[in-house]
Design a binder for this molecule. Structure first.
Ligand code: ZN
Length: 433
């Protein structure tokens, strides 16, 4: 058993009372937290390792609830376009050329980028998911991986069979850090009959689904014209017929009041992606209404081709600022709520609220340290306000996932940074060549 002590940090717990300990200590025993509280003057035991928390803010790792990790390879390849031509003319043609190797290196680049930005867990939906899992396993990060399913594609049935097989294999491997679910892309690429088939398969497997939902106004209008239902109503109907499964729904921008109520009733986890929604001009999601209704909302970056980075800290700031603009109310989504979206609420959206998302004894040890000795973080007024409104992801100094130190002094411990950058560049060039 290995014991690690983080000593004398400003500890932001995100526990039920939103307790902050300054100075505070954190004790890790293997992959779990065993003590989070005020600094203890004298220890009755000898830690195997001590990390100084002097001048550091400790908080739970950030959670990216929606991304397509390997799309880092498409970063800055096609920008300033609307969602439809962007997907149909730029992204989808390039995706037909993807290889397992490209997905592996694209995901490695994403893992490196997220690690350096203090992201300890992410939910992914993409292709060649075995390669995503391989990269995540090597990176040490935590992930929820969903093979993407396009119902209108010629091989849709075969893809579902393979995805079911993939989920079974991940469930059997019981690694703990990596989980799997099915990823029906969206109602506009998965007709209702196929969507129902996928939800039924998820129910049989005992896993969830990860889907894009109500991202654009056009999607909502077209589905209503075809089926008489909004995307959220259609999902509600299918869940009613098949039985409940955990749902992670990305975007949820264009919602009626009834849609918001249904998302809460169905226990749907919503991945709010303010950066992507801004860049693709998709619209302003009703974040404040979703939170008020009790919907489990997390933050997502979406893929790097529509953001263009995987920085949850940046999404957190965008989320609170946009909520204020959208409501005309500067008190909307205050700092403490925004930080919760990036951590505990995100964990709840992924169904992992009991395991991660806050610093509490008994939980998994997913901890990050921010370097507080920065001009933009002084003076030391409210710590949560400083994190949400002033911190930068470059302030991330240390990242620990499941008790393993993955980033130290801002440098990756086990990932080969130079190699990942070179290989990702090579794969991107190959895709275009
Ligand atoms: Zn997406």
């Amino acid at each position: 058993m290995s014991k690690l002590l983080i000593e004398g940090a400003t500890v932001v717990t995100l526990n039920r009372d939103n307790a902050v300990y300054s100075p505070g200590d954190i004790i890790l025993e293997d992959e779990r937290l065993v003590y989070v509280g005020p600094s203890q003057r004298r220890l009755a035991w000898q830690p195997d390792r001590v990390i100084s928390g002097q001048g550091k803010i400790a908080l739970p790792g950030f959670i990216n609830t929606h991304t397509h990790a390997a799309m880092t390879l498409f970063r800055s390849y096609a920008d300033d376009l609307a969602l439809k031509p962007w997907l149909e003319e730029k992204i989808w043609p390039l995706e037909t050329k993807l290889t397992p190797e490209a997905v592996y290196w694209g995901t490695m680049l994403a893992c490196l980028e997220m690690l350096e930005a203090g992201v300890t867990a992410f939910a992914d939906m993409y292709f060649y998911s075995e390669e995503t899992v391989r990269a995540v396993a090597e990176s040490g990060l935590r992930a929820d991986v969903a093979p993407g399913l396009i119902g209108v594609a010629p091989q849709a049935e075969q893809a579902l069979v393979q995805a079911v097989d993939f989920v079974k294999r991940i469930q059997a491997s019981a690694g703990g850090r990596i989980r799997a679910r099915l990823g029906p892309h969206a109602p506009y690429t998965c007709p209702p009959s196929y969507l129902k088939e996928v939800v039924s398969a998820a129910r049989e497997l005992g896993c969830g689904i990860h889907i894009h939902l109500a991202e654009t106004k056009r999607e909502v209008e077209e589905l209503k014209a075809q089926t008489g239902h909004s995307p959220v109503e259609l999902l509600h109907e299918i869940l009613g017929e098949v039985g409940p499964v955990p749902v992670l729904a990305a975007h949820c921008v264009h919602l009626s009041n009834e849609d918001v109520r249904l998302l809460a009733e169905d226990g749907v986890g919503v991945a709010h992606n303010p950066g992507s929604n801004l860049k693709l001009a998709s619209g302003l999601a009703p974040l404040a209404d979703l939170i008020t209704a009790g919907v489990k909302v997390g933050l997502g970056t979406d893929g790097a081709a529509s953001n263009n980075n995987l920085d949850v800290l940046e999404e957190m700031r965008l989320a609170t600022l946009l909520a204020k603009l959208a409501t005309g109310d500067p008190t909307a989504v205050p700092a403490a709520t925004a930080l919760r979206l990036a951590t505990l609420s995100g964990a709840e959206a992924l169904g992992l609220g009991e395991e991660i998302g806050s610093l509490e004894a008994g939980k998994q040890a997913d901890v990050i340290l921010l370097n507080e000795e920065q001009a933009h973080l002084f003076p030391r007024h409210d710590v949560i306000s400083r994190i949400v409104y002033a911190a930068r992801s470059a302030d991330v100094d240390t990242v620990i996932v499941a008790g393993e130190v993955l980033l130290e002094n801002g440098r990756p411990v086990k990932l080969d940074r130079e190699k990942i950058l070179a290989e990702a560049q090579r794969q991107a060039e190959k895709l275009l060549g």
